[in-house]
Design a protein around this ligand. Structure first.
Ligand code: AMP
Length: 218
């Protein structure tokens, strides 16, 4: 299986799609947001620093990101392919990733760009609830992504919560941050001829989008 990089705005559903692909092709889903939240959960000094940054909607610095990613991509589970969700987020990170791939003898694979309007992304973000125990994500604005029992995780029965950074103020900052930094990144991968753009819209279900992705991965 090829390695896959996912680029998408907050609220575009990359976490959901990455999970579907991971299950279908049996490859690990590496979410840098999750890796950072794992670091926070350890209670380390670095975790404390990361916590403050994420809370405000800023980006964690590129040096910290590549260190965390190097550790993960060096692990055995990543040898048969992986989905990278949330990295790179700017061209500097893409260049650092190029170097890391050379070092670890990894192929770039393909890059999937999930494109979405800001208003739809906001609506989805404000309706997202997650399981703090197993990390499953649900969305009250999308009928297929609602939990079976109100506010309870389908997988582990834990109570669902809003993510601390899923509020309108932080969303606006994260989205604007994303637009300003990822535009060049899209061009970077377009020029390398590895970019596939998929438009997310209100009339497409998560499954429709997954079908488009699968078609492309064939
Ligand atoms: P996510 O779960 O992908 O929405 O990421 C949550 C937060 O983690 C982001 O708002 C950033 O603060 C941080 N983060 C995740 N990935 C990166 C990255 N590649 N570079 C910098 N910060 C990141």
């Amino acid at each position: 299986m090829k390695n896959i990089i996912f680029i998408a705005a907050p609220g575009a559903g990359k976490g959901t799609q990455a999970k579907l692909i991971s299950e279908e092709y049996n490859i690990p889903h590496i979410s840098t947001g999750d890796l950072l939240r794992d670091e926070i959960a350890t209670g380390s000094k670095l975790g404390e620093k990361i916590k403050t940054i994420i809370k405000t909607g800023d980006f964690v610095d590129d040096e910290t990101m590549i260190k965390i990613l190097r550790k993960k991509l060096s692990s055995k589970e990543c040898k048969k392919g992986y989905i990278l969700d949330g990295y790179p987020r700017n061209t500097k990170q893409a260049v650092m990733y190029d170097e890391l791939m050379k070092d670890l003898e990894i192929d770039l694979g393909i890059v999937i760009f999930l494109d979405i309007d800001k208003s739809l992304a906001l609506k989805r973000t404000l309706n997202r609830i997650i399981c703090p125990k197993c990390g499953a994500s649900y969305n009250l604005a999308i009928s297929a992504l609602k939990p079976k029992k109100e506010n309870i995780c389908d997988y582990c029965n834990h109570e669902l919560v809003l993510r601390e950074d899923d509020n309108e103020e932080v969303f606006n900052k994260r989205f604007d941050n994303y637009i300003s930094k990822t535009k060049d990144l899209i061009d970077y991968y377009k020029n390398l001829n590895v970019l596939k753009t998929i438009q997310v819209s209100e009339d497409k279900s998560s499954n429709d989008i997954f079908m488009e992705i699968k078609e492309y991965l064939k």
